[in-house]
Design a protein around this ligand. Sequence first.
Ligand code: BG6
Length: 464
Amino acid sequence: MKTFPHTFLWGGATAANQVEGAYLEDGKGLSTSDVQPHGVFGEVVERVPGDSGIKDVAIDFYHRYPEDIALFAEMGFNCLRVSIAWTRIYPNGDDAEPNEAGLAFYDKLFDEMAQHNITPLVTLSHYEMPWALVKNYGGWGNRKVIGFFERYARTVFERFKGKVKLWLTFNEINMSLHAPMTGVGLPADSSKAEVYQAIHHQLVASALAVKACHEIVPEGKIGNMLLGGLMYPLSCKPEDVFKTLQENRSWQFFGDVQCRGAYPGYMLRYFRENGFELNITDADRDALKSTVDFISFSYYMTGCVTADEALNNKARGNILNMVPNPHLESSEWGWQIDPLGLRTLLNVLWDRYQKPLFIVENGLGAKDKVEADGSINDDYRISYLNDHLVQAREAIEDGVELMGFTSWGPIDLVSASKAELSKRYGFIYVDRNDDGSGTLARSKKKSFGWYKEVIATHGASLKE
Ligand code: BG6
């Protein structure tokens, strides 16, 4: 019988701005997420006193985390991915001192997890940064932000070094190419050269955080976090195959820098040929040599690439504007479902880096129906997760070193792309709707018991 290793980390993944709410409580400052009420691709809306967006309360995890963590523990989680909101620690990013109330909140959160034997996996920056750093410094376009981030990272490593041993630097660091405000605090109409310069600063900051973590939490491990955007050629035409290589490299380059400690030649050529004169100093090159201990990534879908411009200009299939794959079904949001692609991606990343891998996001966003008796029969979610976990297990059999699996949104939360609550990922239902109505009460879906059994049996209950 095929099972996952008994050391495997099982759990779920969340992000502060999508669950916590309490967006101004206990001294928290405004973040880029707070000023993007319509999601990561949405426009920036300046806040006015008294206004309110869905993320301001989110699912009120800030106040309800003990109940939620008890439910995660009931499912058998031994790991929970959360992020720290930078703005709870340094409300403006450049404050002279950290905000004690913000640090105290995460102390309580990690203590609660410890009581249930749940290992925290903590993202330093998940799709947000202090809005004041954007307004006053120009976001990651400004080199000074590297220093502010390093100070924030050192503050939380020092404070939580006894409680948190697993860290991630920037969530889906490659998303900046698609959502510059969310990723690097730059306006949507920024030039590619500006975005790549900001990305460079963020890559340096990521490496400095790795170095700081190794110094301050020597027995800990720190990873990067990539959006695993695997692409296939639409046909076997050599032009399609080569273009696919280039498209895959457009996100793999982040991993190359974070795992190998230097820019790959193909990227330097790309910058050169496009006239992007990036300011990369010797000190930057030196900093980049601090490489991650493991690679984490999200996986939701795959897509196709074609060199045929006529086909390229047709309607696209999903969030990353990929050409739809005629062999795959799509979710209600047009994300193409491809469990075998996960096995492929795990093998590609393992072959490329030979570093341990961690699937820190995977799941199905769907509209759930609450039956008259209160039950929620989310067989579609069970089937999606079952099929992906089967392929993850196959990849382990292939020889891939896989540390764990944290499904995205183990409890319903606010979606990132469009700030909706009706796009649900959870094993736990939250009574809250897109218009903000609802009691915020939690209830178990059918998938709750299913995931509990998967964890308890180390994956033996999965159906091939
Ligand atoms: C990833 C992000 O892109 O995908 C999460 O790291 C996000 O923050 C998740 O929520 C799913 O996307 P969405 O748009 O369905 O919430």
